[in-house]
Design a protein around this ligand. Structure first.
Ligand code: G3H
Ligand code: 13P
Ligand code: ZN
Ligand code: NA
Length: 309
């Protein structure tokens, strides 16, 4: 059935692993992820951004995810990624999602608390769980280029008050990850602030922490894309050993979007280069879907640690 993340996170916290939260926006992506989760017998979170909702439309995504539940019989949570206001959270809560994120991290501490609490009150009355965020991720997002200097890591001294006053069910934090496929400059050494994570988990015992911007940007896919007509200079992600370490700690949800995009694009590009006469979308989308499935299996076994969970 479609489930909330409540039980998933509790088991993940105790078991020292994390659940994968994968961004979805079409049928093949949903199928690739859930087929992998099924074969690994792993719980999974499928998340939808405002952009995905605009692209595919709310009802298509909800019905596709419900279809994945019917096909796999897995516990799947349907989550709104980066909800920016009360209205989009309400639309998703009313429209079948089991979890929403209200991302008030760009607001002041007090405004973030007020907005997050409003969403929590509405959601909890309807059995839906809420993820909040404190701190700002660095990274290149569209036209805004937040440098690492401007990025503000989560302040551990704020987390207890935020969680107590809002009632959120999980908290996204900023400890050095960033969104997109270009997380670090060439030559820059990827680093995560595990000292901040440790201090947060000390202050919030047993409370699930979320890591955004957690794609690894494997060179395997970057190279396949480059060898088949694409060009992605200096794409760099978070090393897998750092993610494994975070998953062994209070981090119970690891967000992955860019890696799915890279795997899908690598599969489609390779297929079309090797089969110039193919023009049936089922042929090249099959390879995109297979690449997503292989990627997600790898994440479940080698990064998240949630196989058989
Ligand atoms: O955190 C952002 C996710 O990768 C979603 O990206 O807004 O382009 O759908 P998007
Ligand atoms: P990546 O861009 O690293 O995949 O992060 C995705 C994310 O955080 C979605 O909320
Ligand atoms: Zn994110
Ligand atoms: Na964990």
């Amino acid at each position: 059935a479609l489930v909330t993340t409540k039980e998933m996170f509790q088991k993940a916290y105790e078991g020292g692993y994390a659940i994968g939260a994968f961004n979805v926006n079409n049928m093949e992506i949903i199928q690739g992820i859930t087929e992998a989760a099924k074969e690994e017998n792993a719980p999974v979170i499928l998340q939808v951004s405002a952009g995905a909702r605009k692209y595919a439309k709310h009802n298509y995504l909800v019905k596709l995810v419900e279809a994945a539940v019917l096909e796999t019989d897995l516990p799947i949570a349907l989550h709104l990624d980066h909800g920016e206001d009360f209205e989009i959270c309400k639309a998703c809560i009313d429209g079948g999602f089991t979890s929403v994120m209200i991302d008030g991290s760009k607001h002041s501490f007090e405004d973030n608390i007020a907005l997050t609490k409003k969403v929590v009150d509405y959601a909890h009355e309807r059995g839906v769980v809420v993820e909040g965020e404190l701190g700002q991720l660095a990274g290149i997002e569209d036209d805004v280029n937040v440098s690492e200097e401007d990025a503000s890591f989560t302040k551990p001294e704020e987390v207890e008050e935020f969680v107590a006053r809002t009632g959120v069910d999980s908290l996204a934090i900023a400890i050095g990850t960033s969104h997109g496929a270009f997380k670090f400059k060439p030559g820059q050494k990827p680093e995560l602030r595990f000292d901040i994570l440790e201090e947060i988990q000390r202050r919030l015992p047993n409370f699930p922490i979320v890591l955004h911007g957690a794609s690894s940007v494997s060179q395997e896919y970057v190279n396949i894309i480059a060898q088949n007509g694409g060009k992605l200079d200096d794409a760099i992600g978070i090393p897998e050993d750092m993610l494994r370490k975070a998953a062994s700690m209070a981090v119970c949800k690891i967000n992955i979007d860019s890696d799915l995009r890279l795997a899908f694009t690598a599969g489609v590009r390779e297929h079309l280069m090797n089969n110039p006469a193919h023009f049936d979308p089922r042929q090249y989308l099959t390879q995109g879907r297979e690449y997503i499935k292989a990627l997600v299996k790898h994440k479940i076994v080698n990064v998240l640690g949630c196989s058989g969970a």
